[in-house]
Design a protein. Structure first.
Length: 260
């Protein structure tokens, strides 16, 4: 049983805004420290950024408009906590405490991911999809339900009828769709809106990739300041995550679908 939401779901819009801000941070600073929270809905977008980067608010406003459209922006920029900044002064060390479990993707999870992407390519608006064995549920906004019924005759499609979706209908918040992002993976923190020093980003990516490679469940715990995680230098784990993020086009692209 698995659920996926597409990049126009309000929670994914929040994740994408957070990811785009992290992308900008890496353009402005070589190793930025960033933690972004986004709450969006009903014409308002609230953004809080704790960071070492000297951001221009206008640049963040432009990101919000590009991804979410014209709305009222409430942006708070806060310097990174001095104790946290000292953790990374001399070498790359684990940026937070956490527990992580990476799991091999099942055929069911891969199948729903393909279905979600196929529908989104045809209807690039808010959508949510569930696959439970042979039971497929499709809720897709701004489409003719009958068209989807022709493609997926045995599926339950838009049970309440045609709908519009988006941030005018529902609110969105960063890291609220971790099930959609991680399948059976487990984390103590969210994937999105954070720089690569954060274990929530790098160790989650590392555990997921290792699980796909070994076809075994990977369990990891770590503490802030750790120099090694899973028997590897933390810098090595960060570089593995960095290569992955770069391979898919950045943090905003990562936020669109999560790890699969």
């Amino acid at each position: 049983m698995i659920e996926k939401v597409n990049p126009k779901h309000p929670d994914k819009i929040a994740d994408r805004i957070a990811g785009a801000i992290v992308d900008l941070g890496y353009k402005l600073q070589e190793n930025p420290k960033i933690a972004v929270e986004v709450l969006i809905g009903h014409g308002v977008c609230h953004v809080i950024v704790e960071t070492s980067v000297d951001f221009n608010k206008e640049d963040i406003e432009n990101i919000i408009t590009r991804i979410a459209g014209d709305m009222t922006k409430d942006i708070v920029l806060v310097p990174q906590d001095i104790h946290l900044s000292k953790n990374q002064e001399k070498e790359i060390r684990c940026g937070d405490n956490g527990i992580f479990k990476g799991t091999p993707l099942t055929d069911e999870q891969k199948k729903l991911s393909e279905i979600a992407r196929f529908i989104y390519e045809k209807y690039p608006s808010d959508g949510k999809y569930i696959l439970d064995n042979e039971k497929l549920i499709i809720c897709q906004s701004n489409c003719k339900t009958e068209e989807l019924k022709e493609l997926y005759q045995d599926a339950t499609i838009n049970p309440l009828g045609d709908w519009t979706g988006g941030t005018d209908v529902d609110t969105g918040a960063t890291n609220r769709k971790l099930g959609s992002d991680m399948a059976d993976g487990v984390t103590g923190g969210g994937l999105h809106g954070k720089d690569l020093s954060k274990a929530d980003v790098s160790v989650n990516i590392y555990a997921f990739l290792k699980a796909q490679e070994t076809n075994e469940v990977v369990k990891i715990s770590c503490a802030i300041g750790d120099k090694e995680v899973d028997g590897r230098p933390y810098e090595e784990i960060v570089n593995i995550a960095k290569d992955y993020i770069e391979s898919i086009g950045g943090f905003e692209k990562f936020a669109e679908w999560g790890l699969f």
